[in-house]
Design a protein around this ligand. Structure first.
Ligand code: UD1
Length: 391
């Protein structure tokens, strides 16, 4: 465990936790809003180290102007049990040392649940940002993390109104929930003007920028869900569909390390090499925004990209059988296509013929979510009688 600056923060600060790539994007505006609140809300940042590659962690900290974490638990990779347990083991002494007023967790990754669980058992209130989303698919590790984190959270901030219905069904009192909007869109609106165009990103990686300036446009691909990339047959099918799609329009594939290693392990490199698929390493936040901003469509199994494409008005084909973000389908640009080859190609044809699904930006996805969270959190903390006892 590394205390990044050697200081011990004053007891009673809000402890903000991040672990994996999408967490960084959500937490950056919250930290800014806590600092900008009148009066400023004292806070500190803990990085569990779940994501640790330069491209998956440091690059995003730089892009999002995130402060250096006060503490990095450096847990790294492992099975779900090992990773979750290791975060818990290393987070407990951090709670004892810093004695925060509450712990703020975001999203649905293993670090989210692990830190929430340690905090609640020590009597430290848990605040969950992006609460109440449900795919209703318990085979997804993230769904388990969502359900359990919400159950043990004291204050729950939601991104869309349907989340409150999900929480009500699970017995969570309405007074614990606040609909604040989508903090990820705060980051998007702030950084969009600084995102480099796709051609610049391709050139930087030694590819012909002409590939993304043709009349048919280009698609952006990301893929990392265990259900898509851990089984050789499923991965082969998905990549074959992408290969076929690339005949219709060139694809820029920003490849997660897990996906890259599985493609190599399963001998599937032929399906992505050559042709009109450009394979890039995981991209920084600004590069990814730039790629999405200029794209004709996105093909993805990411949760965050479903929201970002809706905010940008770019058609999104979700390579999963469900989404926990139904508003992106009901109001946004998202279509659930699963892994069905024909469905994928049909939606691409539709996009190429008429531009595809247009959609509108959902309620409170307006760039003001983090400020609403900071204001609510401040009021909520004022109403709490005293700091939690630490064992
Ligand atoms: C995690 C989240 C997922 C989120 C995703 C964003 C869980 C259960 N999953 O999935 O919800 O959408 O982050 O990327 O928490 N690896 C590296 N370098 C890194 C990080 C990971 O090489 O910096 C490789 C390792 O081989 C590792 C594998 O990726 O074993 C998986 O990483 P892990 O953090 O366990 O899950 P993700 O698939 O990234």
């Amino acid at each position: 465990m590394i205390a990044c600056d050697g200081k011990v923060a004053a007891t009673g600060a809000v402890m903000c936790v991040v672990g994996a790539r999408p967490n960084f994007i959500k937490m950056a505006p919250i930290l800014r809003a806590l600092a900008a609140h009148t009066p400023p809300v004292s806070h500190l940042l803990v990085h569990t180290g779940q994501h640790y590659d330069q491209s998956m962690s440091e690059q995003l900290f730089a892009d999002l102007s995130l402060p250096r974490p006060d503490l990095n638990l450096e847990v790294g990779s492992g099975s779900h049990a090992v990773q979750t347990a290791e975060v818990m083991r290393r987070f407990e002494p951090a709670l004892d040392a810093y004695r925060p007023s509450c712990v703020v967790v975001v999203g649905d990754v293993n670090s989210t649940l692990a830190c929430a669980l340690v905090a609640v058992k020590k009597g430290v209130p848990v605040v969950h940002v992006e609460a109440g989303l449900r795919s209703f698919d318990r085979a997804m590790p993230e769904e388990i993390n969502r359900v359990l984190t919400d159950q043990i959270s004291d204050r729950l901030y939601t991104t869309e109104r349907s989340a409150a219905d999900n929480l009500a069904r699970e017995g969570i009192a309405a007074r614990r929930i606040a609909f604040v909007g989508n903090v990820m869109i705060d980051s998007l609106l702030l950084h969009r003007p600084h995102a480099p165009p796709a051609a610049v990103t391709l050139q930087r990686h030694g590819f012909d920028p002409g590939l993304v300036s043709g009349r048919e446009g280009y698609g952006v691909v990301t893929l990392h869900r265990p259900s898509n990339v851990d089984d050789p047959k499923v991965l082969r099918d998905v990549l074959s569909s992408l290969r076929e799609a690339s005949v219709r329009l060139p694809l820029v594939f920003a490849m997660h390390p897990r996906t890259r290693s599985n493609i190599e392990r399963f001998g599937l490199k032929d399906l992505v090499d050559g042709g009109r698929i450009v394979v890039l390493p995981p991209q920084g936040y600004l590069e990814m925004l730039g790629l999405l901003n200029g794209a004709a469509l996105a093909l993805t199994d990411s949760g965050g990209l479903q929201e970002e494409t809706t905010a940008l008005g770019v058609p999104c084909l979700t390579l999963r059988d469900s989404t926990e973000r139904p508003i992106t389908v009901a109001e946004g640009t998202n279509t659930i296509v699963g892994s069905d080859r024909a469905a994928i190609l049909a939606v691409i044809d539709e996009v190429q013929a008429g531009g595809g699904k247009r959609g509108r930006v959902p309620e409170l996805w307006d760039g003001g979510t983090a400020a609403r969270i900071a204001a609510d959190l401040w009021d909520w903390l004022q109403q709490r009688p005293h700091l939690p006892a630490v064992n």
